[in-house]
Design a protein around this ligand. Structure first.
Ligand SMILES: Nc1ncnc2c1ncn2[C@@H]1O[C@H](COP(=O)(O)OP(=O)(O)OP(=O)(O)O)[C@@H](O)[C@H]1O
Ligand SMILES: [Mg+2]
Length: 324
């Protein structure tokens, strides 16, 4: 059985358009202009048990809306969603005990209490046996190096420390499916890495199924074997990360830095310009031409730094969305 099954899932938000002023408010009493936004337009996909899947798409694509439907926070307009065989919106306690949701931009811990106090409340709420709780807390705090932070008021913690505490809170009851909505948003690279390593460990050790959204491609590259990409509420790609970037593997990015901006030459003869900075140019060059192009450019121009990079997933996704 798939851990998550989504079929023709749709969500239409309706909101009443307010007209300005008193007259508008009065008018509104009699005729209400309703606007509809179809945020998710009938998507289907599955996630196998133990898989880590990246749920990608540009802003407003419908990612958060979908996660809310999968965790029972929101009722779908139509379609089917199943998580561990349960319909999320029924909010059966057997299901709630086996899933967790972490939202990077929303706090779930009590702000004025030390994280530890929240953990204890959650233990009661989820009825976690004391011995299990002790063992799990030990493992979670150890892997996230949080031990000396849990007795400080949450409001006094740094963003990264808070996020780690959120992770502990979400995982205390040992969920089998973990939904993460931009878990590393706003964190510095070190904290991002720590969270990624931690998620890998949780996936590996506990075979926890993970679905995560992120705008940071590093997260996707390091964690997700498979990605589901949506745009404007519709599914545009589903498959391995490799398959997504395939076709891009024949080009490399040649990053060149010049002494000053006035020394940046026109290099379009060597490849497509993928990016320009003040005194840098990134060229998309076919793999077989890299050596020759680099040699010629170095000879003809005053280059202070040069590097060859793979095409980033971010670029591929951006490309995917900018297609007509
Ligand atoms: N409560 C709401 N009422 C009306 N429209 C909404 C509501 N929540 C979201 N939307 C709209 O639904 C669409 C999808 O939003 P959603 O938050 O799911 O996108 P997202 O993929 O999570 O984007 P982001 O990457 O910015 O977080 C957007 O057009 C958004 O404006
Ligand atoms: Mg979102």
């Amino acid at each position: 059985m798939a851990a998550i099954e989504v079929r023709d899932l749709r969500k239409v938000y309706t909101s009443v358009k307010k007209q300005p002023g008193v007259v508008g408010a009065l008018k509104g009493l009699f005729s209400r202009e309703v606007t509809e936004v179809e945020a998710v337009k009938g998507i289907s996909f599955e996630v196998a048990e133990g898989e880590v899947v990246g749920f990608l798409g540009p802003n407003g694509a419908g990612k958060t809306t979908t996660l809310k439907m999968l965790t029972g926070i929101m009722v779908p307009t139509s379609g089917v969603a199943k998580v561990l065989g349960y319909t999320p919106f029924d909010r059966r306690s057997e299901m709630l005990r086996q899933i967790a949701l972490v939202m990077g931009n929303r706090q779930q811990l009590w702000w004025d209490l030390p994280a530890w106090d929240s953990f204890v409340v959650l233990r009661e709420l989820y009825d976690v046996p004391k011995a299990d709780f002790d063992r799990r807390v030990e493992f979670l705090l150890e892997s996230l190096q949080l031990k000396d932070k849990v007795h400080t008021q949450v409001r006094k913690l740094s963003l990264g420390e808070r996020m780690k505490c959120e992770m502990v809170a979400a995982l205390l009851h040992g969920p089998r499916v973990l939904f993460l909505d931009e878990p590393t948003i706003g964190l510095d690279v070190v904290s991002q890495k720590r969270i990624r390593d931690f998620l890998k460990e949780v996936n590996l050790k506990e075979r926890c199924t993970i679905v995560l959204t992120s705008h940071y491609m590093q997260d996707v590259q390091e964690l997700c074997e498979r990605v589901v990409v949506i745009d404007h509420g519709a599914l545009v790609f589903e498959g391995s990360l490799g398959a997504l970037t395939e076709g891009y593997s024949e080009t490399r990015r040649l990053r060149l830095t010049f002494e000053e901006s006035s020394a940046v030459p026109d290099l379009t003869a060597y490849g497509e310009v993928a990016e320009t900075g003040e005194n840098t140019v990134v060229l998309a060059v076919p793999r077989r031409d890299i050596a020759r192009a680099t040699g010629e450019i170095l000879q003809a121009h005053r280059v202070v730094d040069v590097s060859v990079e793979d095409v980033s997933v971010e670029e591929v996704v951006r490309d995917l969305f900018s297609r007509p």
